[in-house]
Design a protein around this ligand. Structure first.
Ligand code: ARG
Length: 562
């Protein structure tokens, strides 16, 4: 049980629920008065008493114990102090024994969460705009697995549409096998861009015909299409590897084409399908939304139709408890419409569909724009960040072993962390310099802290000093760190509940700061006694484990030396 709940359980306020009390308990900015505080102002109305009096009478009635060692009433606040030794003796050994499992849980046992993320488009650039969906989705995937859910990672490939007819036309005109094989996705994308800038009426008609050939199962057209697809996937998979991203399914839009008729049939049966200017639509006017177009007048399906078929398929296949769509907020309307249509179909699980919307990422040195052909490829951002990381590492530590490996962890980490540090809905401007600042709120700061902890532990091992709990009453810096370590499991849970890996990113920075305060203020190897040294080593190891688990959940590597 977390402390807030623990405190709430022991306080009775008439007309106020335990949950409300727990929610009101906060960590005060200055912890000298207490580790937790309950402001009593909002209870004044219900109780017809002044906050100061309420605090005093609650304080008088509160029984301290092994967990809460003291209570005091100050200016309308009820301040609680935690039993330092008690918490320390509980948390530190727990972390040391659970290790990489510390923070995990089985709360998700038996539940399935589908996560649709990254969802790249075949033959199109994998650009900076895909960063957030990829790393947010990847983090949620790991977080849910960590909490005992069965997470199903789905890359809903954009592999259907007339653009592939265009690509075939372009390839047949200007392409050749060797060059495309060598140039991969870049070569394919160039062909596509060229087609769009040079296309005549006649070429457009030819492209439509080529698309029709793909659809009708023509062998040559499908061979070409599958080739483009495999080149794209080979390319993105290399980047997924660098970002530690995994999927369980790569079923893209084209997979759902033969599942559309039954979805349309279901809409018809429910009387939801109406004709509008030749198209088949679901009217969403009563919900203040434009109609959801199911079939165009030529009978072709749309992006939304494929999403509808995909949702039905996922429910049937995975029987999910939740299905998340990690997609930019530009598609807010699309998902509101989609979810409403499924609700109107009478599917009770419509409420389990969640659009996890996020903001835009741009670069400090130039906005990204796909249309002007000024695409910023994600791979280039990663490579540049890794290169810069390597320069910084070389400067700081010329003798560092495995410099390339560490630079990869630091550079990739900086890109990932850049996308995960802020509340996901915020637009962000990525700056290489800020992301690689060793003293900032950055992944490299956390990584450096971990390397510092590893180095202390290594030196201790060399000196034969062991980590052990002993009978130590932690001082202020030690206790601030211990409280932070104790907060990790709830941070992970909250991150899952709110779809906010940023909680874990912020937690990591905050905890690293607390570790560093402890490290600077408390001598570890030179501690006043052997017992104190052993205890501080145990605390150092516990901090390293917890920070490592936090970074790992975000998909960021932890170098032992930096
Ligand atoms: N490929 C789409 C795009 O780039 C994103 C797909 C998101 N997932 C989905 N089920 N609609 O915009």
């Amino acid at each position: 049980m977390d402390h807030k709940t623990y405190i709430a359980e022991r306080i009775d306020i008439e007309g106020v629920t335990k949950d409300e009390i727990a929610d009101s308990v906060a960590v005060p900015p200055d912890t000298t008065l207490g580790d937790y505080a309950l402001p009593c102002f909002k209870f004044a109305k219900v109780l017809h008493k002044s906050p100061a009096l309420i605090a005093e009478s609650l304080a008088a009635g509160f029984k301290t114990d092994d967990v809460i060692s003291s209570v005091s009433a100050v200016n309308g606040y009820l301040n609680f102090k935690i039993n330092r030794k008690g918490l320390t003796g509980e948390i530190v050994p727990k972390i040391l024994s659970e290790k990489s499992a510390y923070g995990s849980s089985d709360m998700g046992g038996g539940k399935t969460v589908c996560i649709d993320y990254s969802s790249v488009n075949i033959a199109k650039p994998f650009h900076i705009g895909h960063l957030s969906t990829t790393v947010l989705g990847g983090a949620l995937y790991r977080i849910y697995n960590f909490l005992g859910y069965r997470a199903v990672g789905i890359n809903h490939l954009g592999d259907y549409g007339t653009q592939f007819g265009k690509l075939i036309s372009a390839y047949k005109r200007w392409g050749n096998r060797e060059e495309v094989e060598k140039g991969g996705i870049h070569a394919i994308n160039e062909l596509y861009v060229r087609f769009n800038s040079e296309a005549t009426e006649e070429m457009e008609a030819e492209a439509r015909e080529n698309f029709r050939l793909i659809e009708s199962g023509d062998r040559e057209a499908n061979e070409l299409f599958n080739w483009f697809k495999s080149l794209t996937l080979a390319y993105v998979e290399k980047i997924y590897d660098r970002l530690h991203i995994k999927f369980d399914s790569y079923l893209g839009e084209s997979f759902y084409i033969d599942k559309i008729p039954s979805a349309v049939e279901a809409l018809k049966e429910k009387g939801l399908l109406v004709e509008s200017r030749g198209a088949q639509v679901v009217d969403l006017e009563p919900y203040n939304m434009p109609p959801f177009i199911v079939l165009r007048s030529d009978g072709a399906s749309l992006y939304g139709t494929r999403d509808l078929a995909a949702a039905l398929y996922r429910k049937q296949t995975y029987d999910f408890d939740k299905c998340l769509y990690v997609v930019a907020y530009q598609q807010n309307l699309h998902f509101s419409q989609l979810f409403k249509v499924i609700e109107l179909m009478g599917e009770p699980w419509a409420k389990d569909l969640v659009h996890v919307a996020y903001g835009m990422v741009s670069l400090e040195d130039g906005a990204m724009s796909t249309r002007k052909g000024k695409v910023v490829w994600l791979e280039d951002v990663i490579s540049r960040c890794v290169e810069k990381a390597k320069n910084i590492l070389t400067e700081k530590n010329p003798d560092l072993e495995n410099k390339d490996e560490v630079a990869e962890q630091v550079g990739v980490g900086a890109v990932v962390f850049g996308a995960l540090y802020n509340n996901k809905i915020k637009d962000i401007v990525f700056s290489y310099d800020k992301a690689l600042n060793f003293d900032g709120e950055t992944s490299v700061y956390v990584q450096y802290t971990c390397a510092r902890a590893s180095s202390v532990l290594e030196k201790a091992a060399a000196a034969g000093a062991e980590a052990a709990m002993g009978d130590v009453e932690p001082n202020a810096q030690e206790f601030e760190l211990i409280k932070a370590l104790a907060a990790f499991p709830n941070t992970v849970k909250a991150a899952a509940e709110d779809y906010e890996p940023s909680y874990i990113a912020r937690y990591a920075v905050d905890t690293a700061q607390k570790f560093n305060r402890f490290y600077i203020d408390c001598k570890i190897m030179q501690a006043e006694s052997g017992a104190l040294r052993s205890f501080r080593l145990a605390l150092t190891r516990a901090a390293l484990i917890t920070l490592t688990n936090a970074l790992t959940l975000l998909g960021i590597g932890v170098p032992e030396k930096m």
